[in-house]
Write a protein that binds this ligand. Structure first.
Ligand code: GCU
Length: 614
């Protein structure tokens, strides 16, 4: 009794603090990274696609941006200058330049660009019928890595980070005819960037996701967050942000199917807090119920399909809607296996998640960066829980404040885009980062931001383990104290000994929290067969899976796994001729869609778990 009363008060106090800080953060951050706040749910807006063919100029020396003194030019390629007379000297011409498809990385579209890292300029011309009392924005699903964006020769802004959306307002700049949108995209790797110089995935460059014009009323629903309150099964909480509004604007949030309608009012920042009781069918993998939700203001209305569920960690248990769950997962890179290159489309997502379902998965780890929105929206519909991650990968510059701001911004853009997706249950702030004080502080501040931006979800990171003695593995990364779920990558049987080594190992997890083994696996070239002791064969990979599963089953705190990885994927770190050929071959499915023997080992294990109701 005593305890319950106390915790009730502190929980209410915490809620007020959380949402107070959240509202504040939403207002402040709006201006920090880019001039225009990130607009949520573009798929629910009036948009005009700019996808398709774009003219491009490959510019390894950034001649279109810098003069010969390496000073920024005023007359760069963003001016799209045309010679006005035969004697005029203009040394570039978008309109007679090659074309690339958008969305799409440049590496898989042109063999000459497969290994290209540098600047490439994109240009798209379009006409636009201006409308009264309408504002116009240009929205990018993502651009890897740094994008400088110009309209009709004017700079709109810059975005850094290759896997999250951004937008700019162009109402005052757009013309009826012959607009030219120019984007300088540079995917050069930098030591101070996020990710940094070294990754085990292909550095696909370009406008890798959709580009859209977004038409909005002068006062529009910019952002919203509607989920069940932390630990609640029957109360919707969140906020709605009106862009361009001040205090006293009335808004309604409606869930027609549940006959629910709530009216709220904005404060001076155009923000309205939301909180109302709601008896709803809860989202589960077996029954991924999504409700149509309608948010309306005097001049704007937006619809979304949202699932409602609670996710918690209690001791070593993971609770979905208050019931224990086990995460039958697989890790996935955002690569379209059969077509090659960055995945971006609904079809790509359907293929990847369809294969995960075939494996028996109820969970996927989308590694190591935010995947496209089609992926998470489809996971919502298919009932697949999601681990979402930002590319704080390996050894980032922990002491660099700009690097931290960059990571913060990527985290915020990810959470802003996906926090209404019931499927997303985990935000991961890092992968395999070396323990140190500066690293702990860096990650702690990301964890704090994630909790402020979204108090409802669980926070994790894919950390490493070490040996207390030759047969005891210990999971005790100091970061664990700040996490809700302990992620751990281990490669017993591949980088660490031979497959049977797993048989003699025990695990010591020092914190009473759920453990998810976020990576294990082995490379195998599809069709390469031999003795199970022979590396690169399907038999070796199968053997690793069999020993791993037997070992992992014995860990009391294990509440999930996401083996590395669903499909073979391109990596610049894997040159072995005839076997890797610049592919990481740890996929259970080859880059041509062929299932390896280990695929069926994991499938069988997941079917057993399903039969046990897990
Ligand atoms: C690491 C890392 C992955 C990498 C994998 C591998 O654990 O997180 O990005 O691809 O190991 O070596 O195959």
């Amino acid at each position: 009794m005593e305890d319950h009363f106390l915790s009730m008060n502190s929980r209410i106090a915490l809620r007020v603090v959380c949402f107070g800080t959240l509202l504040l953060l939403v207002t402040i951050s709006a201006g920090a990274q880019q001039s225009t706040p990130l607009i949520t749910n573009i798929q629910g807006r009036d948009t005009i696609s700019l996808n398709g063919s774009w003219q491009v100029i490959i510019d390894p020396y950034e001649t279109g941006y810098y003069d010969y003194r390496f000073q920024p030019r005023g007359d760069g390629y963003f001016k799209n200058t045309k010679p006005k007379s035969p004697s005029d000297l203009v040394e570039y011409d978008f309109d007679s330049s090659p074309q690339l498809q958008v969305p799409g990385d440049w590496n898989s579209q042109d063999q000459r660009l497969l290994f290209y890292e540098g600047t490439l300029w994109y240009k798209k011309s379009f006409d636009y019928q201006k409308k009264d009392r309408k504002r116009l924005f240009v929205y990018f699903g993502a651009a890897n890595y740094v994008a400088d964006v110009y309209l009709n020769g004017e700079k709109l802004g810059r975005h850094e980070g290759g896997f999250t959306p951004f937008d700019f307002e162009i109402t005052s700049l757009v013309k009826d005819k012959d607009n030219y949108l120019v984007v300088k995209v540079d995917n050069k790797r930098r030591r101070d960037a996020v990710p940094t110089l070294n990754t085990d995935w292909w550095n696909y460059g370009g406008l890798t996701r959709e580009v859209r014009l977004v038409e909005l009323p002068s006062l529009f629903v910019e952002d919203y967050f509607l989920q069940l309150g932390k630990g609640s099964l029957d109360e919707v909480q969140g906020f709605v942000k009106l862009n361009g509004a001040s205090a006293g604007e009335s808004l309604s949030i409606e869930i027609p199917e549940a006959r629910l309608k709530q009216t709220v009012t904005t404060d001076s920042r155009g923000l309205a807090q939301v909180r109302f009781p709601a008896k709803l069918q809860l989202w589960t993998p077996e029954n991924p119920k999504l409700y149509e939700v309608v948010i309306s203001s005097a001049r704007d209305s937006i619809r979304d399909r949202i699932g409602f569920r609670s996710i918690e960690a209690k001791g070593p248990d993971l609770l979905l809607n208050g019931k224990p769950i086990f995460l039958r997962g697989i890790s996935i890179h955002e690569e379209s296996p059969l077509r090659g290159g960055r995945a971006f489309s609904d079809d790509d997502a359907r293929m990847l998640l369809g294969w995960a379902k075939e494996l028996g998965c109820n969970f996927v780890r989308l590694a190591h960066y935010p995947h496209n929105e089609n992926m998470v929206r489809l996971a919502d519909q298919m009932g697949i829980m999601v681990w979402a991650e930002i590319p704080v990968y390996w050894t980032i510059l922990w002491d660099n404040q700009e690097t931290l701001k960059n990571a913060q911004n990527q985290l915020e853009e990810l959470i802003t885009r996906d926090r209404n997706r019931a499927a997303v249950i985990l935000w991961s702030v890092a992968n395999e980062t070396p323990v140190s004080e500066p690293r702990n502080a860096f990650l702690k501040s990301l964890i704090d931001s994630a909790r402020t931006l979204d108090p409802t979800r669980l926070i994790t990171a894919a950390n490493e383990r070490h040996y207390a003695d030759p047969s005891t593995q210990v999971v005790d990364d100091p970061l664990g104290q700040y996490l809700d779920v302990l992620g751990c990558n281990e490669y017993v049987g591949w980088y660490d000994g031979l497959p049977e080594k797993a048989d003699g190992l025990t695990w010591k997890v020092t914190l009473n929290k759920p453990l998810v083994v976020s990576e294990f696996g082995a490379d195998a070239l599809y069709g390469k067969h031999g003795d199970k002791g022979q590396r690169w064969t399907e038999e070796y990979q199968k053997d690793v899976y069999e020993h791993q599963i037997a070992m992992l089953k014995k860990i009391p705190a294990l509440r999930g796994m996401s083996p590395w990885i669903l499909t073979d994927f391109r990596s610049p770190r894997r040159p072995l001729p005839g076997i890797q050929d610049f592919f990481n071959r740890k996929g259970l499915i080859s880059s041509r869609g062929e299932r390896k023997q280990a695929f069926f080992v994991l499938q069988k294990f997941y079917r057993e778990l399903m039969n046990e109701g897990k």
